[in-house]
Write a protein that binds this ligand. Structure first.
Ligand SMILES: Nc1ncnc2c1ncn2[C@@H]1O[C@H](COP(=O)(O)OP(=O)(O)O)[C@@H](O)[C@H]1O
Ligand SMILES: [Mg+2]
Length: 249
């Protein structure tokens, strides 16, 4: 997919759980190759939005196009080739703790049917390298720090060389220095892979550092969207609050 084309498009997407309307006719598109940070209060539907992007949840209404394919009506078999192009790192994405770090990253490659151990090892080493974890293939997850485990999760998300990478709160629970390192790894990936990145975060500092554009969700809609410098002067109260929160964070 060329830069400038849409990687992701939501059109009038609604999603409710029981009586609770989470997304209320949300519409947006994200261009291929961009870095987008999604912000908003807790419980506002950020994680739900990511899950809709990989078909882990279905919308009640509306259409979702991923890499130019409408995914709303697809069953899991039809969805598989689309999912293969979308990597995701969920907030609590855990590694399998009984196998090595390297084998964790090899897992999606084996599942895809990659057979040669040598080739798998080579690819895994490359992904470890990309996230700054070179030389950690044979470690057990428990031997890694929180920040390193997060990087390993990222390496696993990258294993299939996705054209879209979805990341849910990569730096929550990490100290500010480690959080900054994760941001840097994400930015490095962008340069290396040219993937479209969608990062949910409530660290405004991170979002400012990384985003081409920020999307702020509230009441089931995008209430503000733009480059960080543009949103700094936003009239929207929630956006002003988000930027103010930086001083206390
Ligand atoms: N599987 C689910 N079943 C019921 N309610 C859910 C489910 N997933 C999310 N929700 C509700 O949807 C709302 C948005 O959740 P979420 O997207 O996780 O928020 P956040 O913006 O903090 O990531 C919350 O009120 C949450 O309780
Ligand atoms: Mg969430």
């Amino acid at each position: 997919m060329k830069n400038g084309e849409n990687a992701i498009r939501f059109e009038n997407v609604s999603k409710a759980f029981g009586k609770r309307k989470v997304l209320d006719g949300i519409t947006f598109d994200l261009a291929a190759g961009g870095v987008y940070c999604v912000l908003g209060r807790s419980g506002t539907g950020k994680s739900v939005t990511l899950k809709l992007m990989i078909g882990l949840m279905k919308p009640d209404r509306g259409t979702i196009r991923i890499l130019d394919r409408e995914i709303t009506g697809l069953d899991s078999r039809e969805l598989a080739p689309v999912r293969a192009k979308v990597g995701f790192l969920f907030q609590y994405a855990a590694l399998f703790d009984s196998i090595t770090v390297g084998e964790n990253i090899a897992f999606p490659l084996r599942r895809r049917g990659e057979r040669s151990d040598e080739e798998i090892r080579r690819q895994v080493e490359e992904h470890l390298d990309a996230v700054g974890l070179e030389g950690n293939y044979d470690k057990m997850p428990a031997e890694l720090s929180g920040g390193m485990r997060k990087r390993a999760g990222l390496a696993r998300a990258l294993a299939l060389r996705p054209s879209i990478l979805l990341v849910d709160e990569p730096s929550s629970g990490l100290d500010p220095i480690t959080a900054k390192e994760i941001d840097e790894v994400l930015m490095g990936l962008r340069e290396k892979h040219g993937a479209t990145l969608v990062i949910v975060t409530h660290h405004i500092t991170s979002a400012r550092r990384m985003a081409d554009e920020m999307l702020v969700l509230d009441n089931g809609r995008v209430v503000a969207r733009g480059a960080p410098a543009e949103l700094e002067t936003s009239e929207v109260e929630l956006v002003r609050e988000l930027f103010r929160a930086e001083d206390v964070a």
